[in-house]
Design a protein around this ligand. Structure first.
Ligand SMILES: [Zn+2]
Length: 268
């Protein structure tokens, strides 16, 4: 069986994988409170499972790193548990992961973010890696964060919660965990809490994107750490969203791999 996990390879196999022009996934997550019913490693479990499954189904084309498990969490530190690091350190670290892979000859690298508050850092890290290496380095969301457009239509079609029900430790994340790690979900402790303002120009949930960015201290709008409605989450919804994400990501990466690396031109 072809290996799909980057760090399972030997250095000889890495050299062959680069020659075979495999795309590399870099899942990025967080250790963060996810309400009283989900574990701190919720983001890490979801984004790594998605990336590993993508690579497992297309191992001749794609390899995945294990998850980089720490993200930006300063605004969550009022709840016990989260690990955080500075924006500057994380930007450097996320970029360094992509730059390391590029130095071994991989040309197409995708940073896959599983924690909403990493999104701007992950996007900047991808840009930094492009400018530093000349390789094609992209950034995308691998969960239902507000910047995720991959399965937005399917979420709208199959969700049970009302608008505001998908945000954090919500219907989506709880359903994904009921599918991936039901042993870690305590549904009897799940609660509905919709504290994020639902305004004309600002909200978190699909399909109404916010016209501006704003992130408050979490303890100022959530008592439980939940933003949304996990009480209606089902394993079936999670399984459907997981498989749809994996299928569309494989299609996305096949397109991404076709982006050519063109020479720069000095127009002075
Ligand atoms: Zn999460």
């Amino acid at each position: 069986m072809t290996k799909f996990r980057y760090d399972d390879l030997t250095w000889v196999e890495v050299r062959d994988a680069a020659a075979a022009k495999k795309a590399i996934l870099v899942p990025i997550g967080s250790i963060e409170d996810h309400g009283p019913h989900l574990p701190l490693n919720t983001d890490n479990i979801i984004v790594e499972a998605v990336c590993f499954e993508v690579a497992r189904r297309a191992p001749d084309e794609i390899l995945s790193l294990p998850v980089l498990p720490v993200g930006f969490e300063d605004h969550h530190m009022d709840y016990p548990g989260s690990l955080t690091s500075s924006m500057e350190t994380l930007l450097t670290f996320f970029a360094d992961a992509a730059i390391s892979v590029a130095r071994h000859g991989f040309t197409h690298i995708m940073l896959v973010n599983g924690h909403g508050s990493n999104s701007s850092l992950v996007e900047l890290a991808a840009r930094k890696a492009v400018l530093q290496t000349g390789m094609i380095v992209g950034a995308m969301a691998g969960n239902a964060a507000v910047d995720d457009v991959l399965i937005r239509d399917l979420i709208a079609q199959h969700r049970k919660s009302a608008h505001g029900g998908i945000g954090h430790a919500c219907e989506f994340e709880t359903a994904m965990m009921l599918y991936l790690r039901p042993d870690l979900v305590q549904m009897d402790r799940a609660a509905r809490e919709m504290g994020v303002p639902d305004l004309k120009y600002f909200n978190w949930d699909h399909p109404k994107p916010a016209a501006y960015a704003w992130m408050d201290w979490w303890s100022r709008f959530s008592k439980t750490g939940i933003a949304g409605d996990p009480t209606v989450a089902t394993r079936e919804f999670g399984e459907r969203m997981f498989n749809a994400t994996v299928e569309r990501m494989i299609e996305l990466l096949r397109e991404f791999k076709q982006i050519p690396i063109k020479p720069r031109r000095d127009m002075h």
